[in-house]
Design a protein around this ligand. Structure first.
Ligand code: ZN
Length: 437
């Protein structure tokens, strides 16, 4: 009896002291600037921490021993260009925080507030000041290299999809950045996985005007050439009637993502329908330029219900560049000069689309730009913009107003950062950006 009570006593004693000594995660907040994003994790007591980086998936892990979390779910949304979310989980007797920064390799961290707050800083001079210049009126082209990390995509005889499309995305980024008035932004610029749903979010955060997802196809060895897809109602039917083996697994990574494919939801949305029409025009403009490369076969522009294109408000396409399972196609996209050749044509297609259907000035074409060296973005000729005041009328929607003044949805949104496009009311004042050259 004595022995049992002693054990019980020891258990209560150590159990409660350890428990009460644990630091509790109270809250977190972000601070941001052009130069950084800071995430501050606030505890009720002083903490200690250690950190390390996982090379494989680019995770930055911060471990706080002797800590508990009873308030926050595992995934916390940051909705920032430098990081979409972070993860909180239990680790041994403490907590672990995982960050997946994008575009920056090094994070810094320190304890502040009498060691009760862990502050993780994402430096962003390159991203925030050069790559995405929110204040400039450059058109932003979001380039999405498909797959990455644990998801290699389709396999060729000596290369795989995730590597080929990343190299191709970099080549396209360089060509886009050579065009005055255009800036490229990549959803991933090294080998890590991004959830399909997050790729569209990145497009949004970057304030992109168009979205291009790059992939390599796979089939029988004889199949070759490129195909360009955009999302559509018709695509929904095709999606169901075609053998799922052929179309689904490569693009839809997980079951959860498959279940997200609720097409009615997409199609009931007027905005998506409008975007669909523009996406079709965008796809055609790209195909028109891409087929100028003589060695490449144009398999056509098609409609398909790809999850990665869902909920993107800007014109968006998915390009299957070629077949990684075809000898010639695989060799073509593994050659640097070929990638440059194809990227030039895709970039020209982007320019033509933006000139014809958006407000990119006509002078910003190939003939205007002869310099073969990549210029520094800040030295680009500035596009001049003036702002017009507009009062919302009955029956107006954000998109209708954008159409009326021939500005892109994202540009109108950027000009009115505090306005929620879903909550417009009659009499609300908006700023309409107008390019005057
Ligand atoms: Zn793919």
């Amino acid at each position: 009896m004595f022995r049992y009570s002693l054990i019980l006593f020891l258990f209560i004693f150590f159990g409660t002291t350890t428990y009460s000594a644990k630091a509790r995660l109270l809250s977190w907040q972000t601070l941001e600037d052009d130069l950084y994003l800071k995430v501050q994790l606030n505890f009720d007591k002083a903490i200690k921490y250690s950190s390390y980086k996982v090379q494989k998936n680019h995770a930055h892990v911060y471990t706080v021993p002797n800590a508990v979390n009873s308030r926050f779910s595992k995934r916390q949304d940051l909705s920032h260009l430098l990081a979409i979310s972070f993860w909180v989980s239990k680790y041994k007797r403490g907590l672990q925080f995982k960050f997946f920064p994008r575009g920056v390799e090094k994070l810094s961290s320190k304890l502040i507030n009498k060691n009760k707050t862990l502050e993780v800083t994402f430096p962003s001079p390159y991203l925030a000041r050069k790559q995405i210049d929110k204040r400039s009126e450059n058109f932003v082209v979001c380039i999405d290299a498909g797959h990455g990390g644990q998801d290699p995509g389709a396999q060729g005889s000596f290369s795989n999809e995730k590597e080929v499309v990343l190299k191709m995305s970099r080549a396209l980024r360089d060509e886009i950045n050579k065009k005055p008035g255009l800036v490229a932004y990549m959803t991933r610029d090294s080998d890590y996985k991004i959830m399909l749903g997050d790729r569209g979010k990145i497009n949004d955060y970057a304030g992109a005007d168009v979205f291009i997802s790059l992939h390599m196809n796979a089939s029988v060895p004889s199949a070759h050439g490129f195909e360009i897809f955009y999302i559509s109602k018709q695509g929904a039917k095709d999606y169901k009637s075609k053998s799922p083996k052929k179309n689904i697994p490569k693009i839809l990574a997980t079951k959860k993502e498959k279940s997200e494919l609720i097409l009615n939801e997409i199609l009931d949305d007027l905005m998506q329908n409008e975007t669909m029409n523009e996406s079709a025009l965008f796809a055609q403009a790209l195909a028109y330029e891409m087929k100028k490369v003589k060695s490449r076969r144009n398999r056509g522009v098609r409609r398909e219900a790809f999850v990665v294109l869902k909920n993107i408000e800007t014109p968006s396409v998915l390009i299957e560049l070629g077949f990684i399972t075809n000898k010639k196609d695989e060799a073509y996209f593994n050659s640097k000069s070929s990638r440059q050749e194809m990227s030039k044509h895709i970039a020209n297609g982007v320019v033509k689309f933006l000139q014809k259907y958006k407000s990119l000035p006509k002078t910003v074409g190939d003939s205007f730009y002869k310099n073969t060296q990549r210029p520094i973005i800040t030295k680009y000729p500035k596009i001049l913009v003036e702002y017009i005041d507009y009062k919302v009328k009955r029956g107006d929607t954000f998109l209708k107003i954008a159409k009326k003044f021939k500005v892109s949805f994202s540009k109108l949104k950027r000009a009115n950062p505090k306005v929620n496009p879903d909550r417009l009311y009659v009499g609300k004042k908006l700023k309409i950006p107008k390019i005057i050259q």
